[in-house]
Ligand binder design. Structure first.
Ligand SMILES: [Zn+2]
Length: 279
């Protein structure tokens, strides 16, 4: 069966609204579905982070936890990720493909893991009281009684990737992971382009542009990774004096690195003035 990326009109409009509001910058977020809905249909999207500059958006680990926790609390779970390409065309870059196959397939797909049980292609030949089971050209087994059907259990997980841009273009890919419960091997199929189907589930939700604007502001990448910018208190007279002193000290050292007497003089002068000011 052909894989198709399915998204509701609401989720799609929200994804495109983020992109058009963010404009020249890129964003990264998640594709969500309700926890109680087994269908792989994106019914909501959530913004993760907005990049500081034009290209290359990356989401911090603590933000992933924060954003997805909130999604779970609102009754949703991720089935993939989305990002924007600002005003550039929509496609999957080699970096995007790598993200799909190395991280996203493990991080955002286990919830979509489906165990399927399939019958092994086999042929049974009954001759007199002997049953012969032929599995392709792999092997043959002879048995004195009828052999029951042999089933193999496989788990399949899919992760969806959706790319939008500020001009309203869109693009989607899917990556697949298969896990064999018998031999415990994991096979990741290369990510591939898929068609997009807008499926109206008539949930009647409307995109609130004002709310999205606030969300964009709150989730715009901070220039210093992991640090919050704090307001710096103005310098006191004492600070200024100390700064001035260290500047003169550095200057003296650079001019006469071997002559420490100038240093000593400066230090004495500084200590005296500091002592004076404190009585
Ligand atoms: Zn990309």
């Amino acid at each position: 069966m052909k894989d198709i990326f399915k998204i509701t009109p609401y989720a799609r409009e929200k994804a495109l609204t983020y992109a058009s509001l963010i404009g020249d910058k890129e964003y990264i977020g998640f594709l969500l579905r309700p926890l109680d809905d087994e269908r792989e249909i994106t019914q909501d999207v959530v913004l993760g982070e907005v990049s500081k500059s034009g290209s290359f958006v990356k989401i911090r680990g603590d933000n992933i936890v924060h954003v997805l926790n909130q999604a779970y609390n609102e009754g949703n779970e991720p089935i993939g990720w989305l990002h924007s390409h600002a005003k550039h065309s929509t496609y999957f870059s080699s970096k995007d493909v790598e993200e799909m196959e190395k991280d996203a397939i493990h991080d955002f797909s286990p919830v979509t893991l489906r165990t399927i049980i399939e019958q092994i292609q086999a042929e049974q030949v009954v001759e007199d009281d002997l049953t012969k089971l032929i599995i392709g050209d792999a092997f043959e087994i002879e048995c004195k009684k009828e052999i029951p059907n042999i089933y193999q259990k496989r788990s399949i997980a899919r992760v969806w990737g959706y790319v939008v841009n500020a001009n309203g273009n869109e693009y989607a890919e899917v990556a697949k992971k298969e896990y064999c419960n018998s031999c415990h091997t994991e096979l990741i199929s290369p990510t591939k382009k898929v068609d997009i189907l807008v499926e109206d589930l008539h949930d009647n939700r409307k995109v609130d542009t004002r709310k999205i604007e606030d969300e964009v502001k709150a989730k715009t990448y901070k220039p210093l990774l992991g640090f919050k910018r704090r307001k710096v208190a103005p310098l006191t007279e004492e600070d200024k004096l100390a700064f001035d002193f260290t500047a003169r000290l550095a200057d003296a050292y650079q001019k006469h690195p071997k002559n420490l007497s100038k240093f000593k003089n400066l230090l004495q002068e500084y200590c005296k003035s500091a002592g004076d000011s404190h009585g």
